[in-house]
Ligand binder design. Structure first.
Ligand code: ZN
Length: 175
């Protein structure tokens, strides 16, 4: 019975070792609690190296983003999540996040977007100015997008829902 328990623990540890990106077994056998702790620490390093490009921004029912500045590192994939933390449906209080090329006029872009209801306010005519964008979200929804910006700089972003650019805009600083 005791041996079986140990074997089961070993199998579990082996599984954990495989799933935690090849963490090295220290040689100690039969101490699953200790191993679990160590493997968590072992995982931390690789996660941290990309964590700086994991961005989360919120939009609310007061037509506001919770920040007007995002920061990321050039040349590495950026994982950006927009959360609509309000309750109002997207028809009335829709939010998206559109990252624009450097130097794009946010207000001028938003004016073009006003006419693009059919494409959730992403104007086809301005595609060249768009680096990436989320879906249009209503209250309680969220969307995550991934993109990479190779060139360091300041990239304006907006919510392109009609009228929102006045309040909902900011800059993504890529360093
Ligand atoms: Zn909005």
């Amino acid at each position: 019975m005791n041996t079986q328990t140990k074997i089961a623990a070993l199998i579990l540890m082996g599984f954990l070792t495989i799933t935690s990106c090849g963490k090295k077994e220290s040689g100690q056998v039969g101490e699953p609690a200790d191993t679990t702790e160590t493997s968590t620490e072992g995982e931390a390093a690789p996660v941290t190296s990309t964590a700086e490009n994991v961005l989360v921004i919120e939009g609310n029912d007061q037509m506001q983003f919770n920040t007007n500045e995002l920061k990321a590192v050039a040349g590495k994939p950026i994982k950006l999540t927009l959360k609509h933390v309000g309750k109002i449906p997207k028809e009335a209080m829709g939010h998206n996040l559109v990252i624009l090329q450097e130097g794009t006029d946010q207000t001028a872009f938003a004016l073009k977007a006003n006419d693009a209801k059919a494409t959730d306010y992403i104007p086809e005519s301005e595609k060249a100015s768009i680096i990436a964008h989320t879906k249009l979200l209503g209250g309680g929804e969220e969307d995550t997008i991934e993109f990479t910006i190779d060139k360091k700089g300041s990239y304006p972003f907006v919510c392109s829902f009609p009228g929102h650019v006045a309040m909902m805009k900011g800059v993504l600083i890529v360093e």
